[in-house]
Design a protein around this ligand. Structure first.
Ligand code: WQD
Length: 351
């Protein structure tokens, strides 16, 4: 059973990926400093899988502490790197914090990958690297455009660093560009734990529906789209998670002919903000309290994925519909409300 090191394992996509890896026969260890997550999510993983996950509470910006993990685990067969700051708005206010955290942690990790000859490295990238695309759907060959935020630049630079690293080292790398991950694991034992007021659409919808937010703002309905609101490619977090397992298997089976290969992880369906709200109202039978507000600076007008490469090369197929995304997100929000101790979502309460 090969051991995979997952950084950011207590985070939203990291925790769902650990579940999928375990269900597919992998052994997993996690590295997460819990600065923006709670180790309690590991209890949820244990409830789902029956496996206790060891988490190293380490800041990857500390090279010595990071190195010590590899020295203690000589059998790491691959790494999936999620740990990074990802709040677009915060990155605009604090660019240096984003460049320091997201880049220093990646470089420290890659130094250890080289030192310990780790054969496979999978990187959590984002459709944000495409900026405002001229043509949609976007393929992996769509040229990146200037990012819309420092966060987006950390993903673009991360991809370039890994690309160059893979040319100078035997490690084979995969870059996974997520579109908009939403929803919760079907068990409703793990899900998204936004810190503070959510910037992302689906947690904003569910927190409004549950009454945590009095009224939600739709950021603009005057865009050149079919209903005036922005279009995105929403994808269930468990579908995203499974693509990571398939990526590791693909690398381990020696099928990759490239040193660094890119895959779009999107459903391939463009959905507008108003359509997403409509779908939520349909599955939840809750009338959502929202108003139309001004456009949000930096918002991409419309983007969705051409996911042919992941489907044909990784054998990846999405299992969950938009209705499933909304219903699992809603059930998760209801659980958080019903059991306030289940997980707390503010940094002060996280530990
Ligand atoms: C989606 C749409 C908003 C909240 C995200 C992540 C980013 C990256 C890409 C991973 C936009 C609108 C939102 C609200 C709204 N993911 N909206 N009212 O902007 O596509 O970016 O995916 O790397 O990290 O932020 O997603 O969910 O923030 O917004 O109208 O209260 O919903 O304007 O059009 P986005 P989002």
């Amino acid at each position: 059973m090969s051991k995979i090191l997952v950084t950011g394992g207590c985070g939203y996509i990291g925790s769902h990926t650990i579940v999928d890896l375990i269900e597919n026969g992998f052994e997993v260890i996690s590295v997460d400093d819990n600065s923006r997550s709670t180790p309690r999510i590991l209890e949820g993983i244990e409830k789902i899988t029956g496996k206790k996950i060891k988490n190293y509470k380490v800041d990857l910006c500390d090279f010595d502490d990071t190195y010590a993990i590899f020295a203690e685990n000589s059998d790491i067969a691959g790494i999936i790197h999620f740990a990074a700051y990802k709040a677009v708005g915060e990155s605009v206010e604090q660019p240096l914090m984003y460049f320091e955290n997201n880049m220093f942690s990646l470089i420290n990790l890659l130094k250890c990958v080289a030192e310990f000859n780790i054969p496979h490295f999978v990187f959590s990238s984002s459709c944000t690297v495409y900026g405002n695309p001229d043509k949609i759907p976007v393929t992996e060959a769509t040229p990146p455009k200037p990012a819309e935020s420092p966060y987006g630049y950390t993903k673009q630079m991360g991809e370039q660093i890994i690309n160059e690293f893979s040319k100078a080292n035997p490690t084979k790398c995969i870059l996974l560009r997520y579109f908009n991950p939403v929803g919760a694991h079907p068990s409703i034992l793990i899900g998204e734990l936004p810190i503070g007021k959510p910037a992302n659409l689906v947690p904003a919808i569910t927190q409004t529906a549950i009454g945590k937010i009095p009224v939600m703002q739709v950021h603009g309905d005057d865009y050149p789209t079919r209903d005036g609101s922005c279009i995105r490619d929403y994808i269930h977090v468990s579908d995203i998670a499974h693509a990571h397992t398939l990526s590791i298997k693909y690398l381990q089976e020696g099928q990759s002919t490239q040193r660094c290969e890119v895959f779009n992880l999107g459903s391939g369906n463009g959905v507008s903000v108003l359509e997403a709200i409509n779908t939520f109202e349909k599955v939840s039978s809750v009338k959502l309290n929202y108003v139309i507000g001004p456009r949000r600076p930096g918002d991409v007008i419309a983007i969705y994925a051409n996911n042919d490469h992941a489907r044909k090369t990784l054998g990846w197929e999405t299992k969950y519909s938009l209705e499933d995304m909304m219903s699992t997100a809603w059930k998760w929000e209801q659980r958080l409300k019903a059991d306030a101790n289940f997980y707390q979502s503010r940094p002060a309460d996280l530990n």
